[in-house]
Design a protein around this ligand. Structure first.
Ligand code: MN
Length: 231
């Protein structure tokens, strides 16, 4: 058996609600502008744009609890509440009819965004990675299996900062629902067990400061609470 020349990195994993078992994370895909009201607030056209995607490193996934330090290089850290799709089976070119077979379960996550770095990248036609894919940028709640919660097509999605309601929408408002997201991603790459897909955020994204308490949830899946720590 061959040996690694350095210690192998640990496998990132997410808690499964009500279980000692954990869900191992392979990759993290994120859908851009999947709610019409958010597409409009970001200057997009919700009627004409096909879905687009970006990725975060798998080890950006951390529990949406406790304290998450304010990241470096930004003075405009934004919250984006999102439903998270956990993929349990492999699939390429998956039809919308077959898409649900790939889903192991669902969770709630926050696509933390260094909005100032993202805006600068957009302006220069550069990649979004530094605005989106930083350390600890994907706090995620415990996952719930489809066997418990079914396939959610509707339900309130919301986020508060220090008790003030910032984001509120319904899963029904997604421009591209779960089956379409899976179809589009699997046309581009083979989806594999362990992949997570952040499914987009409703309107109301905004800045957080050190010391802020962030709560959020998706009806039928769960809720979370964490605090933004010092830089
Ligand atoms: Mn997002």
């Amino acid at each position: 058996m061959s040996q690694f020349v350095i210690s192998a990195p640990p496998v990132t994993s997410v808690e499964v609600a009500g279980s000692d078992a954990r869900f191992p994370v392979r990759r993290v895909f994120c859908v851009g502008r999947n709610y019409a009201d958010h597409a409009l607030e970001m200057g997009g056209n919700p009627d004409r744009e096909p879905p687009f995607f970006f990725q975060k490193p798998s080890d950006a996934v951390v529990p949406a609890s406790g304290q998450i330090p304010y990241p470096p290089l930004t003075s405009d850290l934004h919250h984006e509440i999102e439903m998270v799709i956990a993929i349990g089976k492999e699939g390429t070119n998956v039809s919308t009819d077959d898409a649900r077979d790939l889903v192991w379960g669902y969770g709630v996550g926050v696509d933390l965004t260094r909005r100032d770095l993202q805006a600068a990248a957009k302006k220069l036609g550069r990649p979004w990675d530094w605005g989106k894919g930083f350390d600890l940028s994907a706090p995620t709640s415990p996952l719930r299996p489809v066997s418990e919660v079914g396939h959610l097509e509707a339900g309130r999605i919301w986020l508060t900062v220090n008790g003030e309601l910032r984001q509120e929408g319904d899963l029904r408002q997604m421009i591209w629902p779960v089956v379409d997201i899976i179809r589009y991603v699997s046309e581009s790459v083979t989806l594999k067990p362990g992949d997570l897909i952040f499914s987009g955020t409703p309107a109301g994204v905004g800045a957080m400061q050190p010391g802020d308490t962030v709560r959020g949830g998706v009806e039928g899946i769960g809720e979370f609470e964490f605090r933004i720590g010092d830089a």
